[in-house]
Write a protein that binds this ligand. Structure first.
Ligand code: SAM
Ligand code: SF4
Length: 322
């Protein structure tokens, strides 16, 4: 459906767990994270019911995220159920990749068509530091496994570390040299946790890459359903993408809504509270009422975020629907 600012809203990010097996410095505090108790999380049946209702409002693309989504018990069965919902065209996944080698075959069978793997550096020591304990080889094994499925769109998501960005851009871009892996640089967004907050500018990354790979061309082909924009370089098989929420604010084209693991429906990353669809459905609303509630929220989606002047009040992305 169309929101109050004329935007078509067809994309929903659902966080299926707030837990994670890593603690990336820009996403979660090192310790003391308050995970939601099990009974406050949406069950598979509740998620399917909400997506059914959302599909009736025009949502056709689902991104499964977290926390680390592959930590949720039975996540592939849930994904299979979501993929079967009338009106749902694509289901994609964002993961740190660590558990992919053991889940990939089932994810493929369940109908996942696109996987984003978060990988900020190819330097094993800094990967361990940035993720507070992660083993680079495990994430790379996940990436290699995903890349063996020719029909699967595989993207690498990187939030750059200001101090080492040139070296990391060059190493990560190399992943796109011979394989159809798209590498996307995500601008750091200010959450309610402390971390390095100066995003590396898109123009600086493009300038560096042009020196090595030649002139870039903006891509016309559609690579995902989200807000990334992409460039093709002559020497690269994969594309180079940018998600620049701060410097290239894309709110005027935003097509997404978010559902947190405990059932809060948020219209924007920065929406503070969100409406608890969990409480609403546990109070026995009808499917028609649920559709109306989601439609009403979409009509009230804010025009844009103001993260440039105000931080997001959350302890990590997992609290705001990944
Ligand atoms: N655990 C999975 C992963 O890492 O891909 C899925 C959840 S994670 C919250 C989803 C994406 O959010 C990751 O690509 C991560 O890099 C990004 N992210 C987390 N905190 C961020 C921040 N403060 N600014 C920008 N991106 C962030
Ligand atoms: Fe976990 Fe993903 Fe957040 Fe890293 S970015 S702490 S892998 S949820």
């Amino acid at each position: 459906m169309v929101d109050g600012y004329g935007r078509i809203i067809d994309y929903m990010r659902i966080s299926v767990t707030d837990c994670c097996n890593l603690r990336c410095v820009y996403c979660m505090p090192e310790s003391g994270v308050r995970f939601a108790p099990q009974k406050s999380l949406l069950t598979d049946g509740e998620i399917v019911r909400i997506i059914n209702a959302a599909a009736r409002t025009g949502i056709s693309h689902i991104k499964v995220t977290g926390g680390e989504p592959l930590l949720r018990d039975g996540v592939t069965t849930l994904i299979h159920q979501v993929k079967e919902i009338p009106g749902i065209e694509t289901v994609s996944l964002t993961t740190n990749g660590i558990l992919l080698p053991e889940c990939m075959a089932e994810l493929y069978e369940a109908g996942i068509s696109s996987i984003n793997i978060s990988l900020d550096t190819l330097d094993a020591k800094r990967y361990r530091e940035l993720t507070r304990g992660g083993v680079l080889e495990h994430a790379l094994a996940g990436l290699r496994t995903a890349a063996t499925y020719p029909e699967m769109k595989v993207k690498v998501n990187a939030v750059l570390d200001e101090e080492h960005w040139e070296e990391d851009v060059m190493a990560l871009t190399y992943l796109a040299k011979e394989n159809k892996v798209h590498v996307r640089f995500i601008e750091h967004m200010p959450l309610g946790i402390e971390s390095n907050e100066t995003p590396v500018a898109e123009q600086d990354i493009l300038k560096l890459l042009r020196q090595y790979y030649g002139e870039s061309k903006p891509c016309r082909e559609k690579i995902g359903e989200g807000p990334g924009h992409y460039f093709a370089f002559p020497g690269l098989v994969g594309r180079i993408g940018f998600i620049s929420a701060m410097s290239h604010k894309f709110c005027s084209e935003c097509n997404r809504i978010r559902l947190s693991a405990d059932g809060k429906l948020r219209m924007c990353l920065q929406s503070k509270d969100g409406i608890s669809l969990r409480d609403i459905i546990r109070n026995h609303v009808s499917d028609e009422e649920l559709v109306e509630i989601i439609e009403k929220s979409i009509r009230q989606k804010p025009e844009g975020h103001c993260m440039n002047v105000q931080r997001i009040e959350a302890e990590g992305m997992c609290q705001i629907g990944g």
